[in-house]
Design a binder for this molecule. Structure first.
Ligand code: NI
Length: 188
C-alpha cells in the first residue's frame, strides 16, 4: 500500500471519460493495489471521497467514507468506507440545493454548486455484486461530485455563478453575504 499523488486540475486524465472495469479485473492484483492505495491516499489527504482518475487511473472506481457525528461536515449521517465500481446515478427529484464544494484535485478553492438532492446510485461492489443506494441532501451532492470525476467533470464546471469560486481563506467573508449557504463543505 502506498500514498499516490493526487493529480490537479490541468492534468488531462481528469478530463476524460474513464473506462468501466470488467468483472474479471476486480479480483486482479492491479485493481486491488489501486484500491488499497486509494484508501491510503484518501486518509492521508483527509477527504471524504476519491475517484480513481484523481490518482491518474482512468477507470470507473471510487471510494467514499464520511465521518459521522460532530464533524466539520455538520450533522450528516456517517458512511463507512464504501467501494463503488462502475457506478450510475439516477436523479429521482430534480429539486436543487447548493453546497460549497471542494476537491482534492482543485486544492485551496471552494465553489458553490447546486445539484439535485434526491438520487439513486447503482454500482458493483468489489465482488462484482450489484447494489443500490438512495441518497438525499448532502449525501446526494457528495455522490454526484464524486462520480462526475469518472466522466471527466469537475465541480468548477457546475458553478452556480463564476463569482462563487473563492479561495478557502475568503470563504468566511463570502458566507456573511450568503447566510444559510454554510450548511456543509465537502472535500473529495
Ligand atoms: Ni473532487
Amino acid at each position: 500500500m502506498a500514498i499516490r499523488e493526487i493529480i490537479r486540475m490541468g492534468h488531462p486524465t481528469l478530463r476524460v471519460v474513464a473506462r468501466p472495469l470488467q468483472p474479471h479485473e476486480l479480483s486482479g492484483e492491479p485493481v486491488r493495489e489501486l484500491l488499497a492505495d486509494m484508501v491510503d491516499t484518501l486518509h492521508h489527504a483527509g477527504g471524504i471521497g476519491l475517484a480513481a482518475p484523481q490518482v491518474n487511473a482512468s477507470v470507473r472506481l471510487a471510494i467514499i467514507e464520511i465521518p459521522g457525528g460532530n464533524s466539520r461536515y455538520g450533522e450528516i449521517p456517517a458512511m463507512p468506507l464504501t467501494v463503488f465500481v462502475n457506478p450510475e446515478i439516477q436523479v429521482l427529484d430534480g429539486e436543487l440545493a447548493g453546497y460549497w464544494e471542494g476537491c482534492l484535485s482543485v486544492p485551496g478553492l471552494r465553489g458553490f454548486v447546486e445539484r439535485p438532492q434526491h438520487v439513486r446510485v447503482r454500482a458493483l461492489d468489489l465482488q462484482g455484486n450489484a447494489f443500490e443506494l438512495e441518497l438525499k441532501g448532502f449525501l446526494a451532492t457528495v455522490f454526484q461530485h464524486e462520480f462526475d470525476h469518472l466522466d471527466g467533470r469537475l465541480y468548477v464546471d457546475r458553478l452556480k455563478d463564476s463569482s462563487l469560486l473563492v479561495y478557502e481563506d475568503m470563504l468566511a467573508d463570502m458566507l456573511k453575504e450568503m447566510p444559510g449557504s454554510a450548511a456543509a463543505l465537502l472535500d473529495e
